[in-house]
Design a protein around this ligand. Structure first.
Ligand code: ATP
Ligand code: MG
Length: 758
């Protein structure tokens, strides 16, 4: 038997081996919170105190859930596959699938991801003739999600004026329409489970007595509903083990409530509050930088972090003249790291805003470096994949109107707007789904729509006995999506993506343990007879573990996976690629080398938060999270200009630089550009580290290709005469720094700006 405890320090050991009572572990980044939590699960099981079935562990992302299961299987000789380790959403999905009837949902309910939800709301507003300028869809979406995150249905939301009342009414309408279509949004997964367990005593007691230990990672980012959910799940019996760091609370904008930590201490009668103060992740200068920065926040619970790892390298700071140059500098530096033996997957490039990734991706792509983007346009969010998924959704639940509208005329089959209008009228008149309303449409429109229904029914019939990957193959074929993209100009990529869906399905069945021989569509409910468990008061409860294999077909499971776990691009998994993600997405992760980009006022701290001090404090916590991802080497970059949302912005460097200890920083100098601006007082080092010459050479090459050259006189409609002083980027990405005399230096996009040579 493995000794799980020998690698722990004394505070960690105390935390891992606490008695079965509720406990709070409050500790800074990299102090081993996640490791302690995982080890505690293993220790409880190994020492025979509990069985794997009595553990409920909540993680913040699917990626961390997977990692936790992998670590558990390495520590214990058990099959961890069926364990209840997952995100709030994932775990709720599992419960609702098993108890869909009690929860008032169809067996094949489907999950709307955020973009589905937004289009759903747009459609709802249109169908009800609501002015979407007065009630912008996005605002309504935030309103609905905000209410749900607090655990409030429309009837319970306070409305103070007519606009509020209308929003509440729309929320109600939205819920009713979701119910009609058999779809749920992310927040609904939690709220529905919460309501189900509140109302259904036998079910509640069953799960309360089953889950004797509940463990929650990243507790500081739970929202009100998640906290209530945990209280309900725990009842009076479970020991709740919560780990968190108030300095890493970065989801207030989504309703996270760091006050849950003190509420937890009080309401769960926490006797054991353990602090971990040794950091095992980062070298000294990195840690000092993080500590000094976060000290500028006022509301902190207070804790210290120390390391034995030694000072290590200084934190490198680099300034660029533009975002393009910043990206090129990062690429060069990353190449150096890889030449020195770093693996790509140990290098992370972090940014505050998703919009920053395009320029970075372009530079990486041009340099031929493999990279992987987390978040952003995800595999399952690509249009062609959404189309294929919509066909499968209709086969599984034909009443999903969103799926219906997405593919009823894609690829085109002569079903126009007029036909759809007729169909929508009929559906409204009878209060049924579009699919169900097809027989009520007559004439030519009726025939085309009828053919579409036949196509879906045919696909259902042809695939109902097939394993999932085979089924995907048939769907791609019958839907004619592949043929459609063969004729499209840039269809090759899309075809490749669609073909990967078969691989994704194969991987899914093997990882999730759906046997290849199992039919993809759910079997008849009569199969449910298996393993009935007795509830405390004698009522028969079918536990989710017993019910799932029969009520959740591989298809339903795969479709939930596509909505819930969209973060991973399966195709790229396993490749040794640089890791690109927002700082938010990097929470809990660690890398040997980290680049934090765009440290400029307005971007980081973000302008939306800079107005209020609480906003700046949240941004500072975000920066603290970013810094503490790095083990050995940290770069922080900023740029004088940046193209964001189609506009060039002139930036000053972030206030956060003034809050970091000068003795831990090393300023690198890309000298090439210092002279164009000539106005910066700088703490430049003499020796440029790298990348600079390559960039300079890049400029020389680029100018030739674009037809513009440095020194060229130009005329601009607004700024008048100017001289090009530098060119960067190439093709449609080419931009020039132009000195317009009295208008000063401008950075213009050469493919957009109307410039004449003079
Ligand atoms: P975060 O706040 O960023 O989520 P954390 O507190 O969860 O961080 P972990 O990710 O659990 O920290 O641990 C950070 C790193 O330190 C991991 O690589 C972990 O394996 C290592 N580590 C933790 N405890 C020890 C220990 N006692 N000895 C050696 N390494 C350790
Ligand atoms: Mg952690």
């Amino acid at each position: 038997m493995q000794n799980l405890l020998h690698n722990l320090n004394s505070e960690q050991l105390a935390a891992v081996t606490l008695p079965a009572q509720s406990a709070l572990i409050l500790a800074g980044a990299g102090s081993g919170k996640t490791r302690v939590l995982t080890t505690r699960i293993a220790w409880l099981i190994q020492t025979g105190q509990i069985s794997p079935q009595s553990v409920l562990a909540v993680t913040f992302t699917n990626k961390s859930a997977k990692e936790m299961l992998t670590r558990l299987s390495a520590m214990l000789p058990i099959n961890t596959r069926g364990m209840w380790v997952g995100t709030f959403h994932g775990l709720c999905n599992r419960l609702l699938r098993a108890h869909h009837k009690d929860a008032g949902l169809p067996q094949t309910f489907q999950i709307l991801d955020s973009s589905d939800q937004l289009s759903f709301i747009k459609r709802l507003l249109k169908a009800n003739n609501i002015d979407d300028e007065k009630f912008p869809p996005r605002t309504l979406m935030y309103f609905i999600n905000g209410a749900k995150d607090k655990g409030l249905r429309a009837a319970a939301v306070d409305a103070y004026d007519d606009t509020d009342r209308k929003m509440v009414a729309l929320y109600d309408l939205y819920d009713a329409q979701c119910q009609r279509e058999g779809v749920v949004d992310f927040a609904e997964l939690l709220l529905r489970t919460y309501e189900l367990l509140s109302r259904n005593q036998p079910l509640r007691e069953h799960y309360q007595s089953r889950f004797k230990h509940i463990l929650v990672d990243e507790f500081q980012d739970t929202n009100d509903l998640q906290y209530k959910w945990l209280k309900l799940m725990a009842g009076n019996q479970a020991a709740v083990f919560a780990v968190g760091d108030d300095d890493q609370s970065i989801y207030a904008f989504r309703g996270a409530n760091v006050g849950n930590m003190s509420a937890f201490e009080r309401e769960f009668q926490v006797k054991n509050l353990i602090k971990l103060e040794q950091n095992y992740r980062s070298h000294g200068h990195i840690l000092d930088t993080a500590n000094a920065l976060i000290e500028h926040n006022s509301k902190r619970l207070g804790k210290n972090l120390r390391t034995d790892a030694g000072h290590g390298e200084l934190v490198r700071i680099s300034e660029s003249s533009s975002d393009i140059q910043e990206a090129q500098w990062i690429v060069e530096e990353a190449k150096n790291l890889m030449r020195e033996g770093s693996s790509g997957s140990e290098i992370a490039i972090l940014y505050r805003s998703n919009a920053q990734s395009r320029v970075l991706e372009h530079a990486l792509f041009t340099a031929g470096l493999p990279y992987r983007v987390y978040g952003g346009q995800r595999y399952f969010e690509r249009a062609e994949i959404k189309h294929a998924i919509a066909y499968m959704q209709l086969m599984d639940n034909p009443h999903n109107d969103s799926a219906f509208l997405r593919v009823v005329n894609f690829p085109t089959r002569g079903i126009g707007a007029r036909s759809l209008e007729q169909l929508q009228d009929a559906a409204k008149q009878y209060g049924i789904s579009l699919y169900a309303a097809v027989p009520y449409v007559s004439g030519k429109a009726g025939t085309s729509l009828g053919n579409f229904v036949k196509l879906i029914e045919g696909a259902r019939f042809e695939t109902h006995n097939l394993p999932l990957p085979e089924m995907v193959k048939v769907v791609l074929d019958i839907s004619t999506l592949l043929i459609h993209y063969q004729t499209e100009k840039e269809g090759a990529d899309r075809i490749e993506n669609l073909e990967q869906l078969i691989n994704a399905a194969t991987l899914f069945v093997s990882e999730e343990g759906y046997g290849h021989a199992a039919p993809a569509l759910a079997g008849p409910p009569s199969q449910l007879a298996a393993s009935l468990l007795s509830a405390p008061d004698g009522i028969q409860i079918i536990d989710a573990d017993a019910a799932l294999p029969t009520v959740m077909s591989p298809l339903s499971a795969f479709l939930s996976h596509a909505s819930l776990e969209a973060g991973d691009n399966q195709a790229q998994a396993g490749q040794d690629a640089l890791q690109l993600m927002t700082v938010h997405a990097a929470k809990g992760l660690e890398f040997d080398a980290v680049f934090i980009t765009g440290l400029e006022e307005g971007l980081f701290p973000h302008e939306n938060s800079a107005k209020e001090e609480t906003g700046v404090e949240e941004e500072r916590r975000l920066m603290y999270v970013a810094i503490t991802r790095a083990r050995k080497r940290l770069y922080i970059t900023f740029s004088q200009t940046r193209m964001l949302h189609g506009q060039i912005r002139y930036n000053t460097r972030s206030r956060f630089f003034d809050e970091m200890p000068e003795e831990s920083l090393k300023w690198l100098s890309p000298k090439v550009q210092a002279s164009w601006f000539g106005n910066k007082k700088s703490a430049w080092d003499d020796a440029p580290e790298s990348g600079v010459n390559a960039i300079a050479q890049g400029f020389a090459k680029n100018q030739g290709g674009s037809g513009w050259r440095i020194g060229q006189g130009v005329m601009h409609a607004k700024f008048g005469e100017g001289v090009i002083v530098n060119i960067e980027g190439s093709g449609t990405n080419a931009r020039a720094h132009i000195n317009f005399g009295q208008f000063g230096m401008k950075l213009l996009d050469l493919s957009i700006a109307k410039l004449d040579k003079i």
